[in-house]
Design a protein around this ligand. Structure first.
Ligand SMILES: Cc1cc2nc3c(=O)[nH]c(=O)nc-3n(C[C@H](O)[C@H](O)[C@H](O)COP(=O)(O)OP(=O)(O)OC[C@H]3O[C@@H](n4cnc5c(N)ncnc54)[C@H](O)[C@@H]3O)c2cc1C
Length: 362
């Protein structure tokens, strides 16, 4: 077998590691000079909406022999709406670095490779590579590449504004903001990398043109609000903006011997935009199929289900006004509700749906 993986990100490298585990090697083609994501930021890997995983580090290590060292585990999430604040405690997930950071997840994955070769600075095209190889894994992280070979159902394009910021942070505590003045139908979040640095981001769907032109205004409001909420001056070190980041899913996860994985597949759960777990799982599943250990399309079914459930939740939360969001956050201050939402058996989806129900049906 001659296996090519296009893209050395989370999905492509998880695929290569799984192939190696079962005695196969792949050629990995990466267009950059090193592995990974083009943004140097912190991300959150959470099992929310990926039942039954409740500890992703343990799960990938014990089930798939892929070993990850996050930068911290999250034990508290502060949730802020326009006028209310609440928090949820529990094992919420892990913060990990991406991109050029020396401990980024993609670098950790690449270090675990034994025989597979990563060809850097590579500009192979899908067309050329598919002629030469028996199997191709499309793992470029870009649904536009999927659209070259099949329709991709776009749920929404989203826009980001963010920065690495300096301040005084509690490593295990994440902040989230649901407030239309900061991110219409979206959210803001702060993920600490350390006691002194964090990633601060707003992300929202590009439903209206005006929302894109007002991005700087929203972003400035976010930085101001974060400074106010955290009672300190948040200092911006390195900013980034992203447009047209597509959330959606492909029609077919496999076409012949081409496997579509990660963002190309549609691994992002639309509710809060988590894509890392889906990226790694889809890469692993593609490799398992190639090694004769399962059928990729069947293995991917739970990922499609996670996607659909998460989309329903997003549509529900998008209907809420700032006043209703205040009421939802207020109800989170109730310890019983908090318990349901953060329960460790990971029926978080049910917990959140339960929380939103009274507001949606009005
Ligand atoms: C700002 C931002 C914040 C996010 N935050 C979170 C979060 O907190 N939690 C979470 O779970 N998810 C988050 N996500 C989503 C998550 O990053 C992605 O879902 C995940 O990285 C997808 O993995 P992938 O392997 O499909 O793609 P990537 O990890 O992006 O890897 C794709 C690789 O392919 C390479 N490549 C691209 N084109 C080519 C080509 N033509 N030839 C060769 N190589 C190519 C790229 O250079 C890259 O190395 C966030 C996304 C963004 C943009």
């Amino acid at each position: 077998m001659k296996i090519a993986i296009i893209g050395a990100g989370l999905a492509g490298l998880s695929c290569a590691l799984t192939l190696e585990k079962y005695g196969y090697t792949a050629d990995i083609f990466e267009r950059r000079k090193e592995v990974g994501f083009q943004y140097d930021i912190a991300e959150l890997m959470t099992p929310i909406l990926h039942a039954p995983i409740n500890d992703s580090v343990k799960f990938f290590s014990e089930t798939h022999d892929i070993h990850l060292k996050p930068s911290s585990n999250v034990q508290k999430v502060h949730v802020h709406s326009e006028n209310e604040t609440a928090y949820i405690e529990g094992n919420i997930g892990f913060i990990n670095m991406r991109g050029e950071y020396k401990n980024s997840y993609e670098k950790q994955l690449a270090q675990q490779l034994n025989h597979s070769k990563v060809h850097y600075d590579s500009h192979v095209t899908y067309e050329d590579i598919s002629k030469e190889c028996t199997h191709v894994i499309l793992a470029t992280g870009d649904p536009q590449d999927t659209q070259q070979i099949q329709p991709f159902h776009i749920a929404f394009p989203s826009t980001f504004a963010g920065a690495i910021v300096k301040g005084d942070f509690v490593r295990n505590e994440v902040h989230t903001w649901f407030n239309s003045h900061l991110a219409p139908k979206g959210m803001g979040y702060l993920l600490p990398h350390s006691e002194t640095h964090a990633t601060l981001v707003i992300v929202y769907p590009q439903y209206e043109e005006d929302w894109l032109t007002r991005r700087n205004e929203y972003w400035e409001a976010m930085v101001k609000d974060a400074s106010r909420t955290l009672k300190q001056e948040i200092i911006i070190e390195k900013e980034f903006m992203i447009d047209d980041y597509i959330v959606g899913k492909c029609n077919y996860s496999r076409i012949g011997n081409t496997f579509i994985v990660g963002n190309c597949f549609g691994g992002i759960t639309p509710f809060l935009g988590f894509g890392q777990t889906g990226a790694m799982l889809s890469g692993i599943y593609a490799a398992q199929d190639i090694c004769g250990l399962g059928d990729y399309e069947t293995l991917c079914k739970p990922l499609y289900k996670d996607y659909e459930d998460s989309l329903v939740l997003r549509k529900a939360i998008e209907k809420l006004s700032d006043k209703q969001l205040d009421l939802v956050i207020k109800s989170l201050q109730n310890s019983m509700v908090k318990k349901i939402v953060a329960q460790p058996d990971m029926s978080v989806l049910k917990g959140i749906s339960h929380l939103l129900k009274p507001f949606i049906s009005k």
